[in-house]
Design a protein around this ligand. Structure first.
Ligand SMILES: *Cc1c(COP(=O)(O)O)cnc(C)c1O
Length: 411
């Protein structure tokens, strides 16, 4: 299939790892905790990794594996692991890479729970996080050392919408033999080719674009097999036997089964369906997002609109180079005060007051009082989360209807 088919086609066509017994065209949901064996020998082979037979659904499951195969097929990765949430994908990745005494170099502009897992959860196990401006090469370079197990970033930070220069950052990562790990959730895998920009491990919250209609939570760890793990503080001794697959081996054979956050078959089924329409939905939502932002920029009630698709945005050119003509379907805008933001939120009629991104419905949230509501004002300031900002995730509604909801809510 792969050589002569295009992305839209690949999204729909991936062979099953094994043919279905009944020839089902849609991958059935294999709702079984365990799998039966004919002989003790077959059982031994499955449990010792000599065969790929399924054993237990915390470890592997045909429906989930099919979803993983689909993503593998369209990304060209060497392996994909599907987990129960984006946070499970992030925590599994960090735990596979880090050990006591190692450090992770990243920016403070991170998804709230990612920030928290670094400064609270992992810090308690002796993993240090070194924060810097990832667009400042000298700063990055000065923090990386032999104990650095990853440089971690979000391709467009949420909610600040900062774009990291990936060519420059990956060049630093390569020169220092550190893997580049990116959370790419805000631009879907159909529009952004992570491995082309030197990203070694890609993390996606499939709750967002992939699920299609926000049906379920999910997370993906996508390994491109591009990193030489010989320089990894923790994985170097696996390289002799596993080569480029050292990370995947550690992840699949130890971390994900020990942490027990594998995707469930029902979720894999829904997200496989979501994957099939992702590219269509993304095109529509990103086009609407740009049209709406252009209209909103002209309104005097709004002090600023932050969207990298706007020509006025300082990351516009960089965003175009990295993510193409479309710039995602999330933007923020500022009003005069926190009170003005609350009034606006309360007046919305069509747009939903809800967290989450890339539902089919358009959602609005005031990040400072919600996602970052339990952070101190000082930390919020450091993270550049303002009281005057509202974040919007664009869905599939008609752009004029969305605009009219803005107009009435701003009055
Ligand atoms: C939502 C999100 C996550 C977390 O994903 P969940 O599926 O909610 O656990 C991580 N990173 C980014 C950028 C997100 O938007």
């Amino acid at each position: 299939m792969k050589e002569n088919s295009s992305f839209e086609t690949d999204l729909l066509h991936t062979n099953y790892p094994k043919p279905d017994a009944y020839g089902a065209l849609s991958m059935p949901v294999y709702n079984s905790a365990a799998y039966e064996f004919d002989t003790a020998e077959q059982m031994e082979a499955a449990f010792t990794g000599k065969s790929n037979d399924y054993t237990y659904s915390r470890i592997n499951n045909p429906t989930v594996q099919y979803f993983e195969e689909r993503v593998k097929n369209i990304t060209g990765a060497i392996s994909v692991t599907a987990l129960n949430s984006g946070m499970a994908a992030i925590s599994n990745t960090f735990i596979a890479l880090a050990k006591s005494g190692s450090n992770i170099v990243t920016s403070k502009h991170l998804f709230g729970n990612t920030y928290s897992i670094l400064v609270n959860t992992l810090a308690a196990f002796g993993v240090e996080t070194r924060f810097c401006d990832l667009n400042n090469p000298e700063q990055v370079e000065s923090l990386v050392n032999k104990d650095t197990c990853a440089i971690f970033l979000e391709i467009i930070t949420n909610p600040q919408l900062e774009v990291v220069n990936l060519e420059r950052l990956s060049e630093i990562a390569k020169r220092n033999s550190v893997p580049l790990i990116a959370d790419t959730t805000v631009i879907p895998i159909c529009a952004f080719k992570a491995n082309k920009f030197g990203i070694d491990i890609e993390i996606v919250s499939s709750t967002k674009y992939i699920s299609g209609g926000a049906t379920s939570l999910g997370g993906l760890i996508i390994d491109y097999g591009s990193f030489d793990w010989l320089s990894s503080p923790k994985l170097h001794n696996l390289v002799k036997e596993q080569g480029k697959s050292a990370f995947t081996f550690k992840l699949k054979k130890e971390i994900h089964r020990n942490l027990g956050a594998y995707m469930t078959p029902q979720v894999a089924y829904m997200q496989t369906l979501g994957l099939e329409t992702m590219s269509l939905r993304y095109d529509r939502a990103a086009e609407t997002c740009l049209m709406l932002c252009e209209k909103l920029e002209k309104l005097t009630e709004i002090s600023s609109v932050n969207y990298t698709g706007l020509i006025s945005n300082k990351y516009h050119e960089l965003s175009k180079r990295q993510f193409g003509e479309k710039s995602g379907a999330m933007f923020t805008f500022d009003l005069s005060s926190r009170e003005a933001c609350f009034t606006f939120m309360n007046k919305l009629k069509l747009i939903k007051r809800a967290t989450n991104l890339f539902d089919n419905k358009t959602l609005a949230i005031h990040p400072a009082s919600t996602i970052f509501g339990t952070f101190t004002p000082e930390v919020r300031k450091e993270m550049n989360v303002s009281d005057k900002t509202i974040r919007v995730s664009i869905g599939l509604e008609n752009v004029e209807d969305l605009y009219q909801d803005f107009i009435q809510a701003l009055k």
